[in-house]
Design a binder for this molecule. Structure first.
Ligand code: FDA
Length: 310
């Protein structure tokens, strides 16, 4: 693991640094390579371009960890807005949304869990009416039980709702078994958060081994695996496991983040695979960008340069 990963992930949680960096105009800098824009229109435009290239999309309205009920409601409104815009542009067959429960009230004091569930229900209903789906992003391990329990509730009315599981967590192989059933959409990623040793593998090789074990469970299961990684080795292993388990193309999909390995996204799509690009948009790019820099600290120089040159 890079020596810079831990400090960068700690900075991702720092409100003071967030405030300082977020006020700086870095719109032309590295932020733009990961986030196509701040508005619904910019997100929908980026979606249209990717769909024209044969890709699918999941849209994330940036924001997390809110302790303000009005902010949570504003986030719900932003999702309703983008779903309406996708529908108006005829894009909902190819584009869905990804939602962080902490952005829609999960951490609010007292009834956070209940408020997040009701807010998620509102978004799921709007997505269903627009002809598309919702995937619940997964945040750090302290939220896993709460998120999976909200998912179970939502699936009673919206069984198409997708989940995310993180291979870095030791519990995830068991969670994959529990969710590898028919109709279940599960995005498998490595995990983007700083996690303690008692719950998470620390070593990259251990995380990769866990990713492969989880892939086996999901691809051998009855659900719809969403293989979220940019790692060429993981993509290759997923492809051979899909053949081993008799999975036809389209019975699973690959997912990558906007701006990361775009040529690989197109190569896989040209080979007949379903490929979905995760597009984050909005003003609250700080935490997202810090997690991307933690994964690829060589980009830190570009980021610092873009701050200085403004
Ligand atoms: P890893 O970071 O180990 O990189 C492996 C290899 O991939 C690198 O050696 C390089 O070859 C290639 N690579 C990686 N980044 C690159 C870059 N910027 N440019 C070029 N090559 C690069 N996490 C989470 O905790 N909760 C969530 O809900 C989600 N959701 C999510 C959705 C989608 C669609 C994706 C793709 C990812 C997530 N993640 C996530 C993030 C995920 O957990 C993880 O942090 C990142 O995907 C990075 O892990 P990789 O699997 O890409 O491999």
């Amino acid at each position: 693991m890079s020596l810079l990963r831990q400090p960068l992930l700690l900075l991702a949680r720092s409100a003071a640094v967030k405030k300082m960096v977020s006020t700086m105009p870095v719109s032309a800098g590295i932020v733009r390579s990961y986030v196509p824009g701040e508005t619904t229109d910019s997100a929908v435009e980026a979606t249209g371009r990717l769909v024209d290239d044969g890709l699918r999309v999941t849209l994330d309205h940036l924001g997390e960890d809110t302790l303000d009920a009005e902010q949570a409601e504003a986030t719900v409104a932003a999702y309703l807005d983008v779903l309406a815009a996708l529908s108006a542009r005829g894009l909902t067959r190819h584009a869905e949304v990804s939602v962080k429960l902490s952005a829609i009230g999960q951490f609010l004091p007292e009834s956070g869990q209940k408020i997040a569930l009701e807010n998620a229900r509102t978004i799921c209903r709007a997505a269903r009416n627009a002809g598309t789906t919702v995937t619940l992003d997964m945040e750090d391990h302290t939220t896993t039980d709460s998120t999976l329990s909200i998912l179970r509730e939502l699936r009673k009315d919206f069984p198409e709702t997708g989940a995310v599981l993180q291979a870095a967590l030791k519990r995830t192989e068991a969670d994959c078994r529990a969710l590898a059933h028919e109709g279940s959409r599960v995005r498998l990623c490595k995990g983007a958060y700083l996690e303690p040793e008692d719950v998470a593998f620390q070593d990259k090789t251990e995380i990769d081994k866990s990713y492969v074990r989880c892939l086996k469970v999901l691809l051998a299961g009855e659900g719809y695996p969403m293989i979220a990684t940019h790692d060429p080795r993981m993509v290759e292993i997923a492809s051979s496991l899909a053949s081993r388990y008799g999975r036809a193309q389209g019975s699973y999909e690959y997912q990558m983040l906007y701006g990361i390995r775009p040529e690989e996204q197109r190569r896989l799509a040209a080979a007949g695979e379903t490929v979905r690009v995760y597009i984050p948009y909005g003003l609250e790019w700080y935490g997202y960008l810090m997690r991307r820099l933690a994964e690829r600290p060589q980009n830190l120089t570009f980021f610092l340069r873009s701050l200085i040159s403004k």
